[in-house]
Design a protein around this ligand. Structure first.
Ligand SMILES: [Zn+2]
Length: 294
C-alpha cells in the first residue's frame, strides 16, 4: 500500500471519532444535570417509564431525552444502592471470612500445639522406653557378666578344690615309707605310715567320692576315696568310720580316726595312693607334686 492512498482517508476517520466522543460527552453531562435535578425533586414524584417516548413521558412534561436521563439516574441510584448493599454484604462477608480464617488459624494453632504436645509426649515416651530398654540391656549385660564371672570363679574354685591336697592327719610322725622292706609286711610296704594318737582325725587328702568304708583284713577299718583324676587314696587301720560309701568328701574332710585295727603294732594310718585306682605308687612324691610335704 502506498501512503498517498491512505492520507486522504485518515482525517475523516479522526473527525468521525471526535464527533462521536463529543456526542458522548454531551450526553454524560446532560445525564449528570438531569440526575441532579431528579434527585433534588425526588424520584418518586416523577413517574417515568422506561420507554423514551409515549404518553407518560408527555404527561410529566419531560422531553424524551430528560426521561432517558432520569431513568438513567434512577438506574444509577439503584445500581449505587445495590453496589452499597453489595459493599455491605462484601464487608460482612469479608468480616465473616476474616473471623472464620482467624478461627481456622486458632484451630490450626491449637491442633499444631496439640500435635506438637503429642509429638513431644511420643518423643518423651520413646526416649523413656529407649532409656529403659538400654538400662534393662545394661542390667542384663551386667547380670550376664556377673554370672559368667561367678561361674568362672566357681569353676576355678572347683578346680582348685579338686586339685587341693592336704595331709591325711595332724600331729604325726612317719614310721614307714613306700617300698620299705619289713617283717610286718608280706611284701614291700605299699604305702606311707602316719603315726598319731588313737582318735586323731583322718582326713581325705583330696575331694572325691567314698568308694569303700569297710573292714579289710590286714588293713583293718579302711576307707577308699576316688578323686576326679581317677586316683584312689586309701586310709587303713582306723578306729572308726566317719563316712559311708557314696559320700562326696572335700579335701580335709574327716573320713575316720587313727586306730590299730588290722595288722599293726601301733596306732597309725596306713596311707596309699593308687594311680588309676589300681597301681600303688609312692605317696611322698605324689603329695609333694600336689603341694604338700609330709
Ligand atoms: Zn603302712
Amino acid at each position: 500500500m502506498s501512503p498517498q492512498h491512505d492520507v486522504p482517508a485518515a482525517p475523516r476517520r479522526v473527525a468521525k471519532h471526535r464527533l462521536k466522543r463529543r456526542s458522548s460527552n454531551r450526553r454524560t453531562q446532560l445525564i449528570g444535570i438531569t440526575a441532579a435535578l431528579a434527585a433534588a425533586a425526588g424520584t418518586t414524584a416523577v413517574g417515568v417509564s422506561s420507554s423514551a417516548s409515549g404518553p407518560s413521558t408527555a404527561s410529566t412534561g419531560l422531553s424524551p431525552a430528560q426521561a432517558d436521563a432520569l431513568t438513567a439516574a434512577r438506574i444509577d441510584r439503584r445500581d449505587l444502592g445495590s453496589r452499597d448493599a453489595s459493599r455491605i454484604d462484601l464487608s460482612l462477608a469479608a468480616t465473616r471470612k476474616a473471623a472464620a480464617e482467624k478461627a481456622a488459624q486458632a484451630r490450626a494453632a491449637r491442633l499444631a500445639a496439640n500435635a506438637t504436645l503429642t509429638q513431644r509426649r511420643a518423643a518423651a515416651l520413646a526416649a523413656a522406653k529407649k532409656a529403659a530398654a538400654q538400662k534393662a540391656a545394661a542390667q542384663a549385660r551386667a547380670l550376664a557378666a556377673a554370672k559368667a564371672a561367678a561361674i568362672a570363679k566357681a569353676k576355678a574354685a572347683a578346680k582348685a578344690n579338686v586339685n587341693k591336697v592336704v595331709l591325711p592327719t595332724t600331729g604325726y610322725h612317719l614310721t614307714a615309707h613306700f617300698g620299705q622292706a619289713g617283717g610286718r609286711w608280706a611284701r614291700d610296704h605299699t604305702g606311707l605310715d602316719f603315726a598319731a594318737p588313737i582318735g586323731t582325725p583322718v582326713r581325705s587328702v583330696m575331694a572325691g567320692e567314698v568308694i569303700q568304708a569297710a573292714y579289710a583284713g590286714a588293713y583293718g577299718r579302711q576307707v577308699k576315696v576316688r578323686h576326679a583324676d581317677g586316683t584312689v587314696t586309701s586310709y587303713s587301720h582306723m578306729s572308726e568310720f566317719d563316712v559311708s560309701v557314696g559320700d562326696m568328701v572335700s579335701a580335709g574332710e574327716q573320713v575316720g580316726a587313727i586306730g590299730m585295727t588290722g595288722n599293726t603294732t601301733g596306732p597309725h594310718v596306713h596311707f596309699e595312693v593308687l594311680r588309676g585306682g589300681e597301681t600303688q605308687i609312692d605317696p611322698e612324691p605324689w603329695l609333694r607334686d600336689h603341694g604338700v610335704n609330709p
